[in-house]
Design a protein around this ligand. Structure first.
Ligand code: MGD
Ligand code: SF4
Length: 730
């Protein structure tokens, strides 16, 4: 560029400095280089996934030109992943929701008219008042994920409904957390407290670190491998992580529990366990040993399709390196419907090896805590939340599909309204037909979102939230090795007629006579009060983005600081009395799951390092990197089907549901009995110009799910597909 071109372009844009913001980054950066513009740097934290990495935005005349990791933030350590770097792609996506919208066509027809905020909010409030008077407040449910929860959960609680459903529980990490809580009295947290850089051996069950991209965890993973940590990867697919492994165990899908029980068997039989640790901290060793007596490596070899030798060899590798062994408990754990028990088996192995609370295993969360700010108590709901009777270990995050079921059936009581925010339910919940059926029963569906997602396109009222780079949100408090407090603040002013979530929730509350629950003028005022209570200098926080309060206690169990376990017995429960009392197996027991029939493959899915669920598929920068998903198919099987690499195929599931066309990735890196896709593609919303109909929607193929009876989560690796050449119907 030349100075003349710049001035000409800016002249055309109206000559005002603010107008330069509309100019391409290259112009702005050039003008900065010439000393004509000066950048400001504003810290905030990322919302492209839920690791909440501290980020610093470089802003030139009101336009974000770069995002970088905040060195002060423990999850970022000065770096962002590709998705975090592409945050401005969301901010400037021309497909963003720009104004409130009210449905004009039939549900699903995707026809809307623009509305003012007053009109849209008045409509929502009047419908919510009507539902409350006709059916009671519990007949409105909230589906939520991420920071919007901090604003909309108080709204719903103040309104009087106990019904909340977070896909992050029933479709994700619920069974993992419940399994570990039943064993150790606490979960593993998020970010997970895995001590990767001190591990001598790390085991990944499916967790495809590197493809599944959580910033500081992947940094630790890379450091651990560089320092010589031995890696065991248990995965039917030769993942990126498997490429770095000491042992890759290409397990038959749905049999991980058999492998784990055989490892427990070998570790007990060969006395490789940490006796002193178990004597001090664990209950139920005798019952455990009896329960796994028959789980020999030979038995497990038959179930898992692994060799008995490899099972024994890897069990010994674990035992000989105890306690500096980390069995990663995973995150998206909803696979087969017995997922709490699989998570328990991981916990039991960790206990036998003495690695919970030990170096190289799992470190303990900081003991530092912050006082809870006072707030007006919410009314006691008149009716119990929908799931509690059915699943004794379901938690406060609710069971999404139970709300859906009650919406369809009207029992035990009617559900007439849904508020959906931060989650694209059509892509997050299995069996889309049921989701649509439930939505069609509603009197009110409100979606609060940044993008016109598939779920938004079913709503009666769509409210455009501004992106995370344009708003305040609640302070993020991270509890890892130390306690961190991070601020989200607007980096630029909201574009279009979009508004922050806190403002939307407060406006609805005002109209429902619930203003007392939102007693501050704006969220910044509330944040400042919180900082004052916690002794945090707000001005400093605004400048640095993250403040860390060191841990006052040792992150590992020591003789001076013995462990405490918040289980019923105060000990690690190898044998769970709590489960026994509720009619479940006190020690995990293996059961066989159905296998694919002739000509079918099990459908397994996972993540791409450059996408988060469905939320990034339309992001221009990330779309360019990975525009559509592919289906991994074993080369031998592909040859039998006459499918060649890169060719478009169609997946047809056991219930006859057909996918969009999807490219075949023909590879030896996957077993013959399954195919693999990246989750989150194949958008149905026509307003997503890049993501619409691109790739196959795995959730569309997941018509069946196996509910875990312990916590209500939905195992979703239980569907089978045929692979058809495009245009050829079998
Ligand atoms: P996304 O699909 O990313 O996550 O599923 P969801 O919770 O639905 O949808 C997020 C929605 O939030 C999008 O509509 C996006 O536009 C919107 N959004 C993004 N930023 C903001 C914001 O700042 N404010 C608001 N209001 N909205 C925003 C994830 C869930 O799905 C989870 S946690 C897991 S682990 C499961 N993963 C998973 C899987 O891997 N495979 C299959 N088949 N199903 C899955 N379901 C689960
Ligand atoms: Fe953002 Fe990546 Fe961090 Fe997730 S891991 S919060 S996408 S930078």
């Amino acid at each position: 560029f030349s100075r003349r071109t710049f001035l000409k372009a800016s002249g055309a844009a109206g000559c005002s400095l603010a107008a330069y913001a509309a100019l391409p980054e290259k112009f702005l950066l050039w003008a900065e280089e010439q000393g004509m513009l000066k950048a400001s740097y504003v810290p905030t934290f990322c919302e492209i996934c839920f690791w909440k990495c501290g980020a610093v935005a470089k802003v030139l005349n009101g336009r974000v030109v770069k995002l970088e990791g905040n060195p002060a933030h423990p999850g970022a350590r000065g770096k962002l992943c590709a998705r975090g770097n592409a945050g401005a792609g969301l901010l400037y996506d021309p497909n963003r929701l720009k104004t409130p919208l009210i449905r004009t066509g039939a549900r699903g027809e995707q026809k809307y008219r623009k509305a003012t905020w007053d009109e849209a909010l008045d409509l929502i409030a009047s419908k919510m008042k009507h539902i409350k008077s006709e059916f009671g407040p519990e007949s409105v449910a909230l589906f939520t994920h991420g920071t919007p929860t901090d604003h909309f959960l108080p709204l719903l609680s103040a309104y009087g409904s106990p019904n909340v459903g977070m896909p992050s529980f029933a479709q994700c990490r619920g069974p993992r957390d419940v399994g570990l809580e039943l064993t150790f009295g606490e979960g593993i947290g998020s970010p997970e407290r895995v001590d990767l850089t001190r591990s001598k051996v790390l085991v990944l069950f499916g967790s495809h670190l590197g493809e599944n991209m959580h910033n500081s965890q992947v940094q630790d993973f890379a450091d651990a491998l560089a320092m010589g940590t031995k890696l065991i990867v248990v995965d039917p697919r030769f993942s990126i992580a498997a490429g770095k492994a000491h042992s890759w165990l290409p397990i038959r899908p749905a049999t991980d529990l058999a492998l784990m029980l055989a490892w427990i068997h070998v570790i007990i039989k060969e006395q490789l366990y940490d006796k002193a640790y178990l004597d001090a901290y664990a209950n139920g060793f005798t019952e455990l040993a009896a329960a796994v007596a028959d789980c020999t490596p030979e038995w497990a070899a038959h179930e898992t399709d692994l060799s008995a030798e490899s099972i024994v060899e890897t069990a010994r590798l674990l035992g000989h390196n105890a306690p500096n062994v980390c069995l990663h408990p995973g995150r998206h754990a909803t696979w087969y419907g017995d997922d709490v028990q699989r998570s328990r088996a991981i916990g039991i192995l960790a206990a036998l090896l003495g690695s919970w609370g030990r170096e190289g295993g799992y470190f303990l969360a900081t003991r530092t805590s912050l006082p809870k700010p006072e707030s007006k108590p919410f009314p006691e709901p008149a009716k119990a939340p929908l799931n509690l009777g059915n699943f004794p270990f379901a938690g406060a995050e609710g069971v999404t599909q139970e709300i859906r079921r009650a919406t369809i059936s009207g029992t035990p009581y009617p559900i007439k309204g849904w508020i959906v925010t931060g989650t694209n339910l059509m892509k997050a919940m299995p069996n889309q037909k049921e989701t649509i059926e439930a939505i069609n029963k509603l009197d009110l569906l409100v979606v609060v979102d940044v993008m016109p997602t598939d779920t938004a396109m079913m709503a009666d009222v769509i409210l455009p939230e501004c992106s995370y780079l344009e708003r305040h949100d609640a302070l993020a408090v991270g509890k890892g090795r130390s306690l961190s407090i991070s601020l989200r603040q607007p980096v630029v002013q909201p574009l279009y007629d979009s508004k922050p979530g806190w403002w939307i929730a407060k406006q609805i509350a005002n109209r429902l006579d619930l203003a007392d629950y939102f007693p501050w003028q704006n969220l910044e005022e509330k944040i400042q009060a919180q900082c004052a209570l916690w002794g945090v200098n707000y001005q400093e926080l605004k400048k640095v983005g993250t403040i860390t309060i060191p841990n006052s206690a040792n992150p590992y169990i020591t003789a001076e600081a013995p462990a405490e376990f918040k289980t019923g017995s105060g000990k690690i429960e190898l044998y769970s009395k709590e489960l026994k009392e509720k009619g479940f197996d006190p020690v995990p027991r293996y059961t066989r799951h159905p296998v694919p029939r002739q000509g079918e493959f099990r459908l397994v899915y996972g993540r791409s390092p450059v996408h988060t669920f469905s939320r990034t598929a339309n992001n221009p920068e990330l779309h360019e990197l990975y525009p559509e998903n592919e289906v991994w198919i074993n080369s031998g099987k592909a040859k039998d089907l006459g499918v060649i690499n890169g060719e478009y195929v169609v997946l047809v599931n056991q219930d006859g549901v057909r996918s969009n066309r999807i490219k075949a990735k023909v590879t030896q890196r996957i077993r013959t009995d399954c195919v693999y896709v990246v989750h989150g593609f194949g958008a149905a919303s026509k307003s997503l110009s890049r993501a619409f109909a691109k790739g196959a929607d795995d959730q569309g193929m997941i018509t069946r799910y196996a509910v875990d009876p312990i916590c209500g989560s939905t195992g979703m690796h239980v569907n089978f597909v045929r692979v058809e050449k495009e245009g050829v119907h079998a």
